[in-house]
Design a protein around this ligand. Structure first.
Ligand code: N7H
Length: 478
């Protein structure tokens, strides 16, 4: 959809949290504070005080010569369902949130969908699981330098301290991350290239409602949004609910300009990844062949280490194509260039979602896009703090993870899950293998280990600024 575009007004943008519309590429270092709210009144005051400082999606001002003046730090906040409850939000409001959000990422039903089993099971997590403290909110801090990050982190910790114990950092808080040089993630591949563009922000791309609540989505409808009865918002802090699902029902829109965020702490077993490539090289070539190992790893990802898409650079890496996202799979139906099972092809099949024709494939693929935000963690690159921003956790993040990454038959494959993000190596299941089509017979690798282990997670509601102020006020009887 690219015509008849309604851009969000400056006022609307100022109500959206900046984390939804930008990955803060110019703010390479990040710290995430995981907090618990122990007393509703003071917790609400904490939220209200933060609302004044939260970084919005308002366009950055420009200086005399027209260049943007970008902030040197950014503050954003998301709440879990437990967190909303801990702020005193009544059940009759909570029940208007989607069920997957209310259950939370660590609920057994969600783990089955996400493939969070064995070492990735929530019971094993460092943060956000049933054996660690309940997380109520996550404060996301991004900064231009470590010194600035220390500053803003200190400021937020002071704000927490001033609540006198009503807001406390949970064990495992202050997770830090950074944007690596050349955006190379721990397995050695350039990341963060393919991102959907939000129509109402940039004037092109996907319908705004895929990422920001309150606008038409992929199907041309404004999806249901969390709502508050009029009498619980006597001061009219929230916008009236003009969502056709609820019009004239005496409700106000708590969701407007908010979004949902899936947080995953994903640990990458870099030595196991290298070992696997080496073993496959020994099997296929009889020796450790660095060229073969890079080739196979790239077939697993769907891009070369520089980021060059295999579809455009089938034979060898071509760094000049490193940032390219202008490609489709229609001329590569058999996956001879980019395997059907490659991570990027299965997590976004573009024009070739088998068995559908191109137009329908594009349409279906576009219904399940994610805004990916990530920062690498560890002194040695050990994994990523992964965030998926989407209006629907169920039909975007969970759908991609379940139906495309974890599905051994995706795209007509057989016993082959996503080699990077799939729930490989599950007890009681046949081994999953990477299949690389070639002229002649395809290469079938040995069993894929799970290279990526989930170490933590949270489903967050990232409210609009008005909604944040509403959540921060003293409630009327609920
Ligand atoms: Fe993936 N990787 O480094 O190998 N991812 N991913 N991802 N991923 C992408 O195109 C990676 C994960 C998607 O539009 C690239 O920007 C790693 C999860 C989607 O063509 C690389 C991990 C989910 C895309 C990686 C990981 C996704 C994508 C290419 C875990 C969803 C865009 C760079 C540690 C549930 C596809 C780029 C498109 C791209 C890697 C996780 C989804 C290199 C290491 C959990 C939708």
């Amino acid at each position: 959809m690219t015509t008849g575009v309604e851009l969000l007004s400056a006022e609307a943008r100022a109500d959206v949290q900046g984390f939804i519309t930008t990955g803060y590429g110019h703010l390479p270092v990040a710290c995430y504070l995981f907090v618990r709210l122990t007393e509703p009144e003071a917790a609400r005051r904490w939220l209200a005080s933060m609302a004044a400082d939260v970084t919005s999606a308002a366009p950055w001002p420009k200086d005399g010569d027209g260049s943007k003046i970008k902030p040197t730090s950014a503050l954003n906040v998301g709440l879990t369902a437990d967190g909303l409850r801990a702020c005193g939000l009544p059940e009759r409001v909570l029940c208007t949130f989607p069920s997957e959000f209310r259950e939370g990422i660590a609920a057994p039903a969600r783990s089955r969908i996400l493939g969070d089993t064995e070492e990735s099971a929530p019971s094993e997590w460092d943060i956000g699981g049933p054996r660690t403290e309940t997380i109520h909110a996550v404060v996301l801090l991004h900064a231009a330098s470590s010194a600035i990050l220390d500053d803003v982190c200190g400021r937020e910790r002071d704000r927490i301290r001033r609540t006198g114990g009503a807001v406390v950092e949970a064990a495992g808080s202050a997770q830090s991350g950074y944007r690596p040089k050349d955006d190379v993630e721990p397995f050695g591949f350039r990341d963060g290239i393919a991102q959907p563009s939000i129509l109402g922000i940039t004037g092109r791309g996907l319908p705004t409602g895929e990422f920001i609540l309150g606008y038409p989505n992929h199907y041309g409808v404004i999806p249901p949004s969390p709502v508050v009865p009029d009498e619980l918002d006597p001061r009219g802090l929230l916008p009236a609910c003009d969502n056709p699902y609820f019009r004239d029902a005496g409700l106000r829109d708590l969701g407007r300009h908010g979004s949902f965020v899936a947080y995953r702490k994903l640990q990458q077993d870099v030595p196991a990844f290298r070992r696997f490539l080496r073993d496959e090289s020994l099997r296929a070539r009889g020796r450790e062949d660095a060229g073969f190992m890079t080739w196979l790893a790239s077939k697993m990802v769907g891009r070369w280490p520089s980021g060059a898409p295999l579809v455009l650079a089938p034979e060898a890496d071509d760094p000049s194509l490193g940032a390219s996202d202008a490609f489709e799979y229609g001329d590569d139906q058999d996956g001879l260039r980019c395997p059907i099972g490659a991570h990027i092809r299965r997590s976004r099949p573009r024009d070739d979602l088998k068995p559908y024709p191109a137009e329908q494939s594009r349409h279906m693929s576009d219904a399940h896009r994610l805004l990916r935000r990530a920062r690498v963690y560890g002194p040695e690159p050990t994994g990523i703090h992964f965030f998926s921003v989407n209006a629907s956790l169920r039909s975007q993040f969970e759908f991609v993870q379940q139906t495309w990454c974890n599905n051994p038959s995706a795209g007509g494959l057989y016993e082959s899950k996503d080699p990077i993000a799939g729930d490989n190596e599950r007890a009681g299941e046949p081994p999953s293998r990477m299949i690389v089509p070639r002229s002649g017979s395809p290469l079938r690798t040995g069993p894929l280990p799970r290279f990526v282990t989930v170490r933590g997670g949270a489903y967050l509601f990232m409210p609009g600024l008005r909604a944040l102020r509403y959540l921060g006020q003293r409630p009327t009887a609920g």
